[in-house]
Structure formats: structure tokens, C-alpha cells
Design a protein around this ligand. Structure first.
Ligand code: COA
Length: 391
């Protein structure tokens, strides 16, 4: 009991979501397009998953670029300047590098010079984990403003010959700005869980994976490509979602009847409907948009949140629950009492918007100048080496 009490908001500082944004690539890959490259049909994919199409990133649409654009959209709804941000967390399974973090790249491009930045790896639960980490830091008083991003380019880690996985995933990014406020609400409770015994059900092997280091090794095409036991993952997801939501509600001191909307990780319509059934909810109390984007892993919940807000499904004072599940295995739920009326709070302070644009402009200038300087010094070094050689 004492353990549970500890996990609830303890201070009179509350972590509210005050801005949100999403970005998806322009290129649409439909089920019919997939049927032209692998043995499948639109009917099979839609009936087994609920997915009709997904977005696929081009070479310039990287995880960091999509995350950056979503973050800028989220900031544009607020008075927050990049230099006001204290912490940036990017939840992703498809980072630009093992290190440095994608979060550090976004921090640099935004000009968020006062922010700490790191990537968080909890697969499709990552966004809820990241939100909880940021909210805890805000509630403890150690920071005031955080940017939490879920960004993925899943298309780059798919085995396009494996029809059991490549039909499911898509690319995109979503972001929220979290800020300390004294009005009660915002993130009220979180439940984070993991069961590493299922680590081999879903993942992306890299050079250090046990399989790769075993004497037989794994074949090159499987390195950095996703594997998944679809049936087992589905059973796990349908088992944990309901229990996790109930626990988060209990910790927040609300009942299931108080919940206006659940925003689940968008993996499969059958999983979403089974979770709704298990709680006795009508399907429309579970947000679903995977028909258009497929499973965008850590990006799916913030993207679905943005669309739920756009569609007017959430108003000030509503209780909503975000629930994620995925590789690890991991799962996580958080209860939010929505504190920002939409769209009334969208009125942008034009002076602040100008200052933000000025900060972006200065960053761009700085990035370009450092690129030119680097090229110039490379050129000088090359000339010097060549002259040394000639000499
Ligand atoms: N098109 C046509 N047939 C396909 C197919 C495809 N894209 N993918 C698989 N099949 C075939 C299988 O080969 C199998 O054929 P068989 O019976 O001749 O062996 C048959 O369809 C049934 O396969 P099965 O794997 O039992 O289907 P399913 O109903 O479990 O659906 C998934 C497969 C992957 C859609 C489903 O298991 C799933 O969505 N699981 C959850 C995955 C997930 O959400 N992962 C991310 C979590 S974060």
C-alpha cells in the first residue's frame, strides 16, 4: 500500500501536456501496393489487422527529422522557446545511431541549449515510459519543461520478404510538451512493467545480440531486421492491457467509468477490440487510427493522441488513459486528467512565436556555418597532405 501511495503525485506541482504535434511521411503504401510485392491480399491484411495503409519514409525523412518536425509543431502550440526546454526524451527503436542519441541531434537542431537529452528504449511502450520519466522530473521540481517525442522509421528495419511482419508497420513521429503547473491534473499515475522472459518474441538483433555472438551466428540479412512471433505477441498484449489500465486507474483514484478515452498503442485492431471487450468498453472509447498508419511503434500513441484531440474526442477535465505494449516485453499505462482546453489554448503569443522563429534561424545559421567551416578545414587538411606528399 505504501509502495502504491508513493507512485502518485506527491507535491503540488503537476505535469501537464501543453502542446502536441505529429509528422508522418508523405508516401503512402497501401495493402494493394504490398500485394504487388509479397504474397498477400488487401482483404487478408485488413481482416487480420485493421490496417489499410501506412506511411513510408524517404531517404531524407529520418527518425530525427520526423521527430524534429513533430517537436516544432508541438512547440508552436505553446509559448515555450527552445531555450526554455530542460529535458528532451526520444522514445525510439529505430534511432539514427546506437549513440549519440537521436534526442541530442534534435536538441541541437532545435537550439535547445539548456536541455539534457537522451533516447529511451522500451519499444512500443517507449512513449508512455518517456512521458512518465519526464512527468516525474517535473513533479520532483528538478525541471520545469520537457519535450517527449516518439519517433520511428520502422520501414528501414523490416524484412520485406517476411509477410507476417512487414505488413504491420509504418513510419512517423509524435511529440508533446510537458510543463509544470500548479492546477491539479496532468499525469496522475503510471504503471510501468517488463517481462524479459519474452525478449525473444520481438526484436531487432544488432552486433551484440546473443544470437549474433553464438558460434553459428545469424545470417547478414537478419542483422538489424525485425523478427516477431506474431501469435505469442498478440496473446501477451491482450492479456496485459486491461489489467494495466485498471491498475493505473486505481492508482489515480478513479474508476473505469471515469475514463473518457483510452489511447492504446496501435498494433492490431483485434488487440484493441479485445482490450475494449475485456473492460466492458464500447469500441469507440478506444482510439483507433491504425487503419491509416499501421503500427508506428513508439510514435503510435502520440500520433493517435494528436488525432483524438483534432477530432475533439478529448476536452478539459476529461480523464484519458494511454497504454503501450511491445518488445522487451514491456507494457505501460498512464492516466491523464486533461488540463488544457482545446482549441481555446491554441492562441499563440505572436511575440513569442517570433522569438522562437529567431532562435530556429540562428540555429540553422550556426549549423550551416559549422558545416562550411568543417568542409573548409577538411579542404585545407587535404591540400596540406597532398603538398606534403608532393614535396
Ligand atoms: N498475407 C497472407 N497470409 C499471411 C500473411 C499475409 N501477410 N501473413 C501470414 N499469413 C498466413 C500464414 O502463413 C498462415 O498460413 P498457414 O496457415 O498456411 O501457415 C496464416 O496466414 C495464418 O497465420 P497466423 O500467423 O496464424 O495469422 P494471425 O491471425 O495470427 O495473424 C498477425 C498474424 C501477425 C497479423 C498477428 O499475429 C498479429 O498481429 N500479432 C500481433 C503482432 C503485433 O502486434 N506486434 C507488435 C506488437 S508491439
Amino acid at each position: 500500500m505504501a509502495r502504491n501511495r508513493k507512485r502518485q503525485s506527491q507535491s503540488n506541482i503537476y505535469a501537464h501536456i501543453i502542446g502536441w504535434g505529429m509528422r508522418v511521411p508523405r508516401t503512402v503504401l497501401t495493402n494493394e501496393d504490398l500485394a504487388a510485392i509479397i504474397e498477400t491480399t488487401d482483404e487478408w491484411i485488413e481482416s487480420r489487422t485493421g490496417i489499410k495503409e501506412r506511411r513510408i519514409a524517404n531517404d531524407r525523412e529520418t527518425t530525427a527529422q520526423l521527430g524534429l518536425r513533430a517537436a516544432k509543431d508541438a512547440l508552436a502550440m505553446t509559448d515555450v522557446l527552445p531555450s526554455d526546454i530542460d529535458l528532451i526524451i526520444v522514445a525510439t527503436s529505430t534511432p539514427e545511431n546506437i549513440f549519440p542519441s537521436t534526442a541530442s541531434m534534435i536538441q541541437h537542431w532545435l537550439g535547445a541549449y539548456n536541455a539534457g537529452a537522451f533516447d529511451l528504449s522500451a519499444a512500443c511502450s517507449g512513449f508512455v515510459y518517456a512521458l512518465d520519466m519526464a512527468a516525474q522530473a517535473i513533479r520532483s521540481g528538478s525541471i520545469e519543461t520537457a519535450l517527449v517525442i516518439g519517433a520511428e522509421t520502422m520501414s528501414r528495419v523490416l524484412n520485406w520478404q517476411d509477410r507476417g511482419t512487414c505488413i504491420l508497420f509504418g513510419d512517423g513521429a509524435g511529440a508533446v510538451v510537458l510543463q509544470a503547473r500548479d492546477n491539479p491534473g496532468g499525469l496522475l499515475s503510471s504503471v510501468l512493467r517488463s517481462d524479459g522472459s519474452g525478449h525473444d518474441l520481438l526484436g531487432i538483433p544488432t552486433f551484440n545480440s546473443p544470437e549474433v555472438r553464438s558460434p553459428s551466428g545469424i545470417s547478414e540479412p537478419r542483422l538489424h531486421k525485425m523478427y516477431m512471433s506474431g501469435g505469442a505477441v498478440m496473446k501477451f498484449a491482450t492479456r496485459v492491457i486491461g489489467a494495466s489500465i485498471k491498475e493505473a486507474c486505481r492508482l489515480a483514484g478513479i474508476t473505469l467509468d471515469d475514463v473518457k478515452l483510452v489511447i492504446p498503442h496501435q498494433a492490431n485492431e483485434r488487440i484493441i477490440q479485445a482490450a475494449a471487450r475485456s473492460l466492458g468498453f464500447e469500441n469507440d472509447r478506444f482510439m483507433s487510427n491504425l487503419k491509416y498508419y499501421g503500427n508506428t511503434s513508439a510514435a503510435s500513441i502520440p500520433i493517435a493522441l494528436c488525432e483524438a484531440l483534432e477530432q475533439g474526442k478529448v476536452s478539459a477535465g476529461d480523464y484519458i488513459v494511454l497504454v503501450g505494449f511491445g518488445g522487451g516485453l514491456t507494457w505501460a499505462s498512464t492516466v491523464i486528467k486533461w488540463g488544457v482546453p482545446y482549441p481555446a489554448d491554441r492562441s499563440i503569443n505572436t511575440l513569442q512565436e517570433r522569438r522562437r522563429q529567431a532562435e530556429y534561424f540562428l540555429v540553422k545559421l550556426r549549423v550551416r556555418m559549422s558545416r562550411w567551416l568543417r568542409r573548409l578545414s577538411d579542404l585545407i587538411r587535404f591540400r596540406r597532405n597532398r603538398d606534403d606528399f608532393d614535396w
